[in-house]
Design a protein around this ligand. Structure first.
Ligand SMILES: Nc1nc2c(c(=O)[nH]1)N[C@H]1C(S)=C(S)[C@@H](COP(=O)(O)OP(=O)(O)OC[C@H]3O[C@@H](n4cnc5c(=O)[nH]c(N)nc54)[C@H](O)[C@@H]3O)O[C@H]1N2
Ligand SMILES: Nc1nc2c(c(=O)[nH]1)N[C@H]1C(S)=C(S)[C@@H](COP(=O)(O)OP(=O)(O)OC[C@H]3O[C@@H](n4cnc5c(=O)[nH]c(N)nc54)[C@H](O)[C@@H]3O)O[C@H]1N2
Ligand SMILES: [Mo]
Length: 754
């Protein structure tokens, strides 16, 4: 075993007896999923029945803490809603819940192989599309399956890759790397490590880390740092728990973040607050950047972003003065019509203040293994890669974007242009209920396909509507797995403790099918062997990792000084100039704006004042709730009880002017972008002072697992994504899920015949 890794010492093996029970140490990933992989202790009885899941106090990542969803694992694993066996249904019977027939795994695999190969022979492998949801720990196996099959059309079912991708590309276009906040997560001894410094300021931007724990950042780290002295600035349209504890809270109008970030830059430059020495040595483009920021005077921005100019100044001064400043940013910045500029506007603040690669600032985690941007790309022949749908509409997809673009693929299904699409593999996404925009349009498009496979632990509205074959997958206590990538990189394993019955893991399914499609691409007999291969660079087998995890790579700061950020080993950043490019040559090379410029959302009080008269409330969607992960966990009784129906949060004054009261059902209706169409979804009123009276915030991902499957579990009544505009801006990166318009009225018998 490679001794360059730092492993946590354990006084017990990863599996041990504890009285009448057995404890298996490991980590939790999906299903039921999230982005983290917290350290857990899974307790079973001696027959292998799950008793409970607890946080592992010795795991540096979460130090014993767990969220409600993990604590409810037993209910999820033992849920009567789980799929127990593969099923098939005639294409003509799509949508009919009574038409499912139980089949064997062999029959399921044989059918899939025959159907996919048929499509490949007649239309080419590109006519089979492979859809994922938010990564969880499944993404790598889906990309490898798609690419080893020969299809370039592997993709998240999300318009504009509007989750994480824009922040990644925003950072890459300026710096050639992606940066995450430094909460000491890369050190096994965490907050005690002498190299680490507690951030003086954490700027939380459109992110609710204590609820969302997103992108590999455990929310408690922010509160751990607050206890050690970190002060907060929060930019959020609502007064979240963290906003209530902030020195400065900017309650922005949804969608205006780029303007606010540029106004902060304006203040930092006008008042000479930025880190001049760092910028002089390590940045280019300051003149152009400053000239652009000059267009965003705090007073002007304050007016249309609905904040106070003095608060913008206070935030700029406080962040610029911090010795160690984290920016904890969220999906809000991705979910704009054109998202790279909003991400760049915020990323540039890290850069001009020198909060890059420094203790308590922003870091680049060492790469234990970066397979998340697609594993198996080498298996896709070049001529097939060239057929990927995305670059044909959005040239920026040639900038190393591994996946296809959802709107382009759906348009291809509709039109057969530039070529026909015939089949879909849908694994770990509930695209009609949650991920996709315009679910009605998406449903009609998918109905055209000849063959659709669903791979999920549960039935959901998408798969009930569309699948011809369903493969039941197991949950994390029932399988093994590995954890790598994202905001904290470490060696961490998922360890099987419970018998999966007749279900299989995603990894096993994809390995078994992959071997039959392309044996050379999948040269392993077991998933454990496959994991060992992925850990190849570490010198560990899966079994060794299992016994020793969690393991950390040595971590260092200031890699731009030591030459460790660039492949050629010279000092600087991984950009053509070797510097942070505040004026982005990469953007310019794609014909995109090299500087972040604020544009009004596609629909808004200022961009569409006429629509605003009819739809007088600004709408943001999808703020995360503790109890659910997107459209998941609605089947889990204790979680459902925490928040049982889709809500719309509104200020007491708004409720009063609408004449609605707490708990009442309303229709939330809005324009579908600027198409002239209108759509609506049902909501329950939730009255709260945390929101501006001109703004409402509503949940996403709603359906009723207990509802009528023939009505697709009410998904079309409850789905807020019916209001989301189709498509993206010119880069194809970003989509508007968070800055819309709506009106609200009571649900009454006379207005509710759908
Ligand atoms: N209006 C609005 N819409 C949004 C958002 C928003 O903020 N507002 N957020 C968007 C974002 S950021 C994202 S990432 C997407 C997420 O969208 P999705 O990833 O599509 O999320 P879910 O709808 O929960 O669908 C996940 C499906 O995967 C299944 N699943 C869970 N774990 C596993 C597993 O281990 N294996 C397999 N095979 N299946 C599993 C679940 O049972 C469920 O059916 O939603 C987007 N939709
Ligand atoms: N419990 C739970 N955790 C999750 C998920 C989940 O579904 N449930 N989903 C996971 C996924 S895939 C993702 S991408 C992350 C997302 O998690 P986050 O990045 O935290 O995103 P949100 O919760 O959508 O929004 C964060 C905050 O932004 C505010 N906000 C809304 N609109 C705007 C705006 O335009 N500007 C600003 N500045 N603020 C705004 C909201 O009020 C909210 O408090 O969470 C992940 N974690
Ligand atoms: Mo996401």
């Amino acid at each position: 075993m490679d001794d360059q890794y730092i492993f946590v010492e354990h006084d017990k093996p990863f599996r041990y007896e504890d009285g009448e029970t057995i404890v298996t140490r490991g980590s939790a990933w999906s299903a039921p999923g999230c982005h983290l992989g917290c350290g857990v202790l899974i307790r079973t009885d001696k027959q292998g029945n799950l008793i409970d899941v607890e946080g592992d106090p010795d795991n540096p990542f979460n130090q014993g803490r767990l969220c409600v969803r993990c604590i409810a694992t037993k209910e999820a694993v033992q849920s009567p809603y789980r799929l127990q066996y593969p099923m098939k249904r005639d294409k003509a019977e799509r949508g009919n819940p009574d038409a499912w027939q139980e089949i064997s795994w062999d029959e399921a695999y044989d059918t899939i192989i025959e159907e996919f190969n048929n499509v490949k022979e007649n239309y080419g492998a590109e006519a089979v599309t492979f859809w994922e949801g938010t990564g969880r720990d499944i993404s790598a196996w889906i990309s490898r399956l798609a690419w080893s099959f020969g299809s370039p059309n592997f993709l998240p079912s999300l318009n504009g890759l509007a989750c994480y991708g824009p922040r990644v590309y925003g950072c890459f276009t300026l710096s050639g790397s992606f940066w995450v906040g430094d909460y000491s997560q890369q050190f096994a001894d965490r907050y005690d490590n002498p190299q680490w410094k507690c951030p003086e300021v954490i700027l939380v931007w459109g992110n609710n880390p204590v609820v969302a724990n997103s992108d590999g950042a455990f929310g408690h780290w922010a509160t751990d740092c607050m206890k050690r002295g970190s002060k907060l600035i929060v930019v959020d349209s609502r007064c979240t728990w963290l906003a209530a504890k902030a020195e400065v809270w900017l309650q922005v109008r949804p969608g205006t973040d780029a303007a606010v970030a540029l106004a902060m830059a304006n203040v930092m430059i006008e008042e000479d607050l930025y880190d001049k020495e760092f910028v002089e040595l390590w940045c280019t483009g300051l003149d152009e950047y400053s000239a652009n920021a000059a267009n965003y005077a705090p007073e002007d921005v304050a007016e249309y972003a609905w904040v106070d100019a003095d608060d913008i100044r206070a935030a700029a001064r406080m962040y610029a003065a911090a010795d160690g400043g984290v920016i904890q940013w969220g999906v809000v910045l991705d979910q704009k019509d054109e998202a790279i500029p909003s991400c760049q506007a915020v990323a540039a603040l890290m850069m001009i203040t020198g909060n890059i690669d420094n203790p308590g600032g922003m870091i680049k985690p060492p790469e234990v293994l970066m397979y998340l941007n697609g594993w198996g790309a080498e298996l896709l022949p070049e001529e097939q890669a060239a057929k990927k749908l995305g670059p044909n509409k959005y040239p920026f997809y040639n900038a190393g974007v591994a996946v296809a673009a959802a709107d382009v693929v759906i348009e291809a299904i509709e039109t057969d242009q530039p070529y026909p699409i015939k089949a879909a593999w849908i694994q770990t996404t509930n695209l009609l209920a949650c991920m996709g925009v315009d679910p009605e349009r998406t449903l009609e498009a998918f109905k055209k396909l000849d063959f659709i496979v669903g791979v999920d632990p549960y039935m959901n509205p998408t798969l009930q509507a569309l699948a011809d074959i369903m493969l039941p997958v197991c949950m994390f206590p029932e399988r093994s797995g590995i954890r790598c990538g994202d905001g904290c990189q470490r060696i961490e394993t998922i360890n099987k403790a419970v018998d999966p019955g007749n279900t299989k893991s995603d990894m096993q399914i994809n390995l078994e099918l992959g071997k039959r499609f392309n044996p050379e691409g999948w040269p392993w007999d077991t998933v454990e062997e496959m994991f060992s291969n992925i850990y190849g660079s570490t010198g560990l087998t899966f079994e060794e990792a299992q016994a020793a995890a969690p393991g950390y790579m040595p971590f260092e700061y200031y890699k731009y000084k030591s030459g460790k950020l660039r492949p050629d080993g010279s000092p600087g950043f991984n950009t053509p100039s070797g510097r942070l490019e505040l004026w982005s040559g990469m953007m310019a090379s794609f014909g995109l704006d090299p500087l972040p410029i604020y544009k009004e959302p596609s629909v808004s009080p200022y961009s569409t004042p006429e629509l605003y008269k009819d739809f007088p409330l600004v709408l943001t969607t999808g703020a995360r709730r503790w109890n659910t992960f997107h459209a998941e966990n609605r089947q889990t009784p204790h979680l459902r009880a925490m928040h049982s129906e889709p809500a719309v949060q509104m200020h007491p004054d708004t409720a009063a002017s609408l004449g609605v009261s707490e708990g009442e059902w309303v229709w939330l209706e809005g324009p579908k972008g600027t198409t002239g169409d209108v759509a609506r979804a049902k909501r329950v009123v939730e009255i709260t002072p945390i929101i501006d009276p001109r703004v409402v915030s509503t949940d996403h991902g709603w359906w009723h697992p207990e509802g009528d499957p023939k009505k697709l579990y009410d998904v079309m009544d409850l789905n807020i994504n019916k209001l989301m505009p189709w498509g993206c801006g010119p880069s194809g990166i970003g989509a508007n899920y968070k800055s819309l318009l709506c009106r609200i009225y009571k649900v009454e018998e006379r207005n509710s015949h759908v």
